[in-house]
Design a protein around this ligand. Sequence first.
Ligand SMILES: NC(=O)c1ccc[n+]([C@@H]2O[C@H](COP(=O)([O-])OP(=O)(O)OC[C@H]3O[C@@H](n4cnc5c(N)ncnc54)[C@H](O)[C@@H]3O)[C@@H](O)[C@H]2O)c1
Length: 304
Amino acid sequence: MAVAYERKAFPPVPEIKRIGIIGAGQMGGGIAQVAATSGILVDLVDLSAERIEATLQRIDGLLDRQIAKGNLTAEEKEAALSRIHTGESFDKLSEADLVVEAATENEEIKKKIFRELVPHLKADALVASNTSSISITRLAAQTDRPERFIGMHFMNPVPAMKLVEVIRGIATEEETYQAIRRLAEKMGKQAVTAEDFPAFIVNRVLLPMINEAVYTLYEGVGTVESIDTAMKLGANHPMGPLELADFIGLDTALSIMQVLYEGLADSKYRPCPLLVKYVEAGWLGRKVKRGFYDYRGATPVPTR
Ligand SMILES: NC(=O)c1ccc[n+]([C@@H]2O[C@H](COP(=O)([O-])OP(=O)(O)OC[C@H]3O[C@@H](n4cnc5c(N)ncnc54)[C@H](O)[C@@H]3O)[C@@H](O)[C@H]2O)c1
C-alpha cells in the first residue's frame, strides 16, 4: 500500500556532493568506499555500531591494498577516510543530496526504513534503493517523493564491479534518472537501464542459475565441488555458482528467488528446499563463515 503524503512541488535536483547510506553491510560499505574515493562526502548509518566499526576497518584494509598496488596514495586514502561520517540514526542524513538504502533484502524492513527516513530528508534530496529484486515502484510509494526515487543497484564487491543497474519506478522523473547516471559515471561505473520488473536484469538471469545449481546438489547430480568445477571449466565462469551464492549471501539469494517466484507467479522460480534449509540453519555464506563451503579454516571446505 502506498503512503498518503501531501504532494508538493520540488526544488531543482541537486548536484550530488554528499550521499547518505543506510546499512553498513557488504554493499553499504562498498558504496561508501567508492563514493569517498571519488570525492563524495558520505554519511553511513547502521543500527549496529559494531557493524559500522567492522566496515570502517574493512575499508581501511581495502584502501591499503590499493596503495600496495599503486592505485592510491597514502594522502588519497586519508582524504577518502575523512569523507566518511557515521552514525546510528537517520538524523545523520539531513544534509545528504541523495540517500542510498543498502539494508537487509526484506521488503517490510525496507518499507519501514523509507517511512522513517522521509522526515529527515532535505526538501530536494533524491532517494535510491540498492535492492537486488524488490519493486522500486512499491518502495517509492512509501516516501513523499516517488518522482525523486530510483533503483541504483551496485554489484558485489562494489569497488571491483563496473556495473550499476539503474531502475526507474513508474513515477521516477527524467532529472532524477539523469542525476543518478551522472553519479554512477563519477564513481567510475557503467550504468545500464533496467525496467522495474522483479530482480531487474542481472539477478533475473543469475539467480535462477544459482538456484538450479542448488537443485543439482539437492538431487545428487553433483557435489559442491563438482558443480563449481564444472561451471568454472565447462562454462568459463570465474566463480562456481555455489561459491558465488556464498559470496552473495544465501539469505539474499533466497530472498531474490522468493521475489521472482511471487512476482512472476511462475513455478520455474521455486526456491530450492536445500537453499531454504541452509538459510534456516543460519549458514548464510561467507559473511558468517559457513554456507556451501566452511570458511573457518585456511582453505574453504565443501559442506556437502
Ligand atoms: N550481497 C550482494 O551480493 C548484493 C549485491 C547487490 C545488491 N545487494 C543488495 O544490497 C542490500 C544489502 O545487502 P548486503 O549484502 O550488504 O547485506 P548485509 O546483511 O551485509 O548488510 C545489511 C546491513 O543493513 C543493516 N540494517 C538492517 N536494517 C537496518 C535499518 N533499519 N537501519 C539501518 N541499517 C539496517 C544491517 O545491520 C546490516 O549491517 C540488499 O538489498 C541486497 O539485496 C546485495
